[in-house]
Write a new protein. Structure first.
Length: 86
């Protein structure tokens, strides 16, 4: 599931709540607008690798960090290796 699908779920947190979750976990998010940009891939803006992990953690794993970046296998090779050995 991607971020837009997640935030569209009936009981999903608001963008502001998701930002607060990320902040509570120690991730830096400039504004709610930044999450909305990631949600809609506005101007091809992507979260940093660090914030991809933060989004994955803040969503309880519902949104995988892999959904944000086509180069995920280069950033997190351990995830690519886990996929190959599964």
């Amino acid at each position: 599931m991607d971020l837009d699908e997640y935030l569209s779920l009936p009981n999903a947190p608001t963008v502001a709540e998701l930002r607060r979750r990320m902040t509570a976990l120690g991730y830096r998010v400039k504004s709610d607008a930044q999450i909305r940009q990631w949600r809609h891939r506005y101007a091809d803006r992507l979260p940093s690798p660090e914030n991809c992990v933060g989004l994955e953690r803040a969503t309880g794993g519902a949104v995988s960090r892999k959904t944000f970046r086509d180069d995920w296998h280069l950033i997190w090779p351990e995830l690519a290796n886990a996929r190959e050995s599964a």
